[in-house]
Design a protein around this ligand. Structure first.
Ligand SMILES: Cc1cc2nc3c(=O)[nH]c(=O)nc-3n(C[C@H](O)[C@H](O)[C@H](O)COP(=O)(O)OP(=O)(O)OC[C@H]3O[C@@H](n4cnc5c(N)ncnc54)[C@H](O)[C@@H]3O)c2cc1C
Length: 385
């Protein structure tokens, strides 16, 4: 670790690693990535379900997914990361849901997303043994799929290292030195680092960096749970990510079985990542409603078969990719609200442009600006799970 860098990125999850890699690609290589843990990529990124989809309800999220899917395809070729484009299927069970998802589909198609409405029979063929009671069909995005989170971080790490970007693990940012509206130094237990620019990529801990600087960053950590099954022979690589719109329960192939996730709507913000056994019972009850066949499956109810992790939630379920009014050289790259892995490529590119050019040409980042909360100008992403 040197004493002075052009840019210090705080956090080495998929976002920090992607930002570093994209900075390197744009010729900005005097960059330090600080990570408080022993290893990079062990925060929310490691807990994530790996879903990648372009089926969103707002143009900015659709654009970011488009960009990211293309980059995942490249990373697959260049670094051999696993990107299984098995598709994403939103299953609807009543007319209101069908109408809503058909409307979403029209918006997505108008932005060039490969998505179509499929029948109950097609669902049965794609996702054998899925519960089809009352099912009217579903929207299916054929280019969507599953990406390996650790391999993604590793690929970005390797790309960043090609540009000699430094990663310093076991080195938390514990504070800042400022002069007027500029940050001059990042403080760590290993010493102070002078810098021209700071990127907050601390994931669910993003708001803690805001506290150190005396202002509020509206990103809340919220626990989400995942469980997995033992072997299920009918679950092949073609089994898509299936989301039951009624309950929000999602499932996809993991190992030789299924990974199953559900949001606890009553979960309060906080840093607790432990397994919530009461909610796990609720998850399993819902899983049996959605897929009665699971009665026959082994459910791995203990860690590491079941785990908790933290979403980084914003009030409108959109990320913040933005400078802030409080400090002229501080950028927030967080608050992805459950879609940070799938948007890591786009976010990395966007932040690298903000750092090197002051603006972003690849995306119109207005919907993701920091000041939208104070302005009350919020558009909610409706397709969150
Ligand atoms: C159960 C679950 C399922 C999910 N499923 C999906 C999915 O299917 N698809 C998808 O796209 N997303 C999904 N997500 C969301 C996704 O995991 C996150 O949006 C994404 O990982 C955020 O990446 P990040 O790099 O911002 O955060 P993190 O991976 O948490 O990285 C932030 C890093 O910053 C470090 N850090 C924090 N504070 C400091 C500090 N002060 N100094 C130094 N380092 C610090 C942390 O240790 C951490 O390594 C899921 C999340 C969960 C919990």
């Amino acid at each position: 670790m040197k004493q002075k860098y052009d840019v210090v990125v705080i956090g080495a999850g998929c976002i920090g690693a992607s930002v570093a890699s994209h900075l390197g690609e744009l010729g900005c290589a005097n960059v330090l990535v600080l990570e408080k843990e022993k290893l990079i990529g062990t925060g929310s990124t490691a807990k994530c379900a790996g879903g990648v989809r372009a089926q969103f309800s707002t143009p900015i999220n659709i654009y970011m997914s488009h960009y990211s899917i293309r980059e995942f395809e490249t990373l697959e070729k260049e670094y051999g990361i696993q990107f299984n484009q098995c598709g994403y299927l939103f299953v609807v069970r009543n007319e209101e849901q069908k109408e809503r998802y058909l409307k979403n589909m029209e918006i997505q198609q108008s932005y060039g997303v490969d998505v179509r409405f499929i029948s109950k029979d097609e669902i049965a063929a794609l996702a054998p043994n899925y519960g089809l009671d009352n099912v009217l069909g579903g929207t299916f995005g054929a280019k969507d799929g599953l990406i390996d989170p650790s391999m993604t971080v590793d690929a970005y790490f390797k790309r960043a290292r090609k540009h000699n970007i430094d990663f310093e693990t076991e080195t938390p940012c514990t504070g800042f030195k400022t002069a007027g509206n500029r940050i001059t130094h990042v403080i760590t237990p290993k010493g102070e680092v002078a810098c021209d620019m700071v990127v907050n990529a601390a994931g669910p801990f993003s708001k803690e960096l805001g506290k150190m600087l005396g202002f509020e960053i509206p990103i809340e950590p919220v626990r989400r749970m995942i469980t997995t099954t033992g072997e299920l022979p009918f679950v092949t690589n073609k089994f898509p990510m299936v989301v039951d719109v009624t309950t929000g329960m999602y499932m996809h192939k993991e190992g030789n079985g299924l990974l199953i996730g559900l949001a606890n709507k009553n979960e309060k913000p906080g840093y607790d990542e432990n397994i919530d056994t009461e909610f796990l019972d609720e998850m399993l009850t819902t899983a049996l409603e959605v897929m009665p066949y699971l009665e026959n499956a082994e459910i791995k109810t203990q860690y590491p078969g079941t785990w908790g992790g933290l979403y980084e939630e914003t009030p409108d379920h959109h990320s913040i990719l933005s400078y802030v009014p409080q400090f002229s050289n501080f950028i927030v790259a967080g608050g992805f609200s459950g879609h940070g892995l799938m948007h890591a490529p786009a976010a990395g590119r966007a932040i690298a442009e903000l750092v090197t050019k002051g603006t972003c040409d690849t995306f119109d980042l207005k919907p993701l600006r920091f000041t939208r909360f104070a302005e009350g100008d919020l558009t909610k992403e409706r397709n969150v799970i």
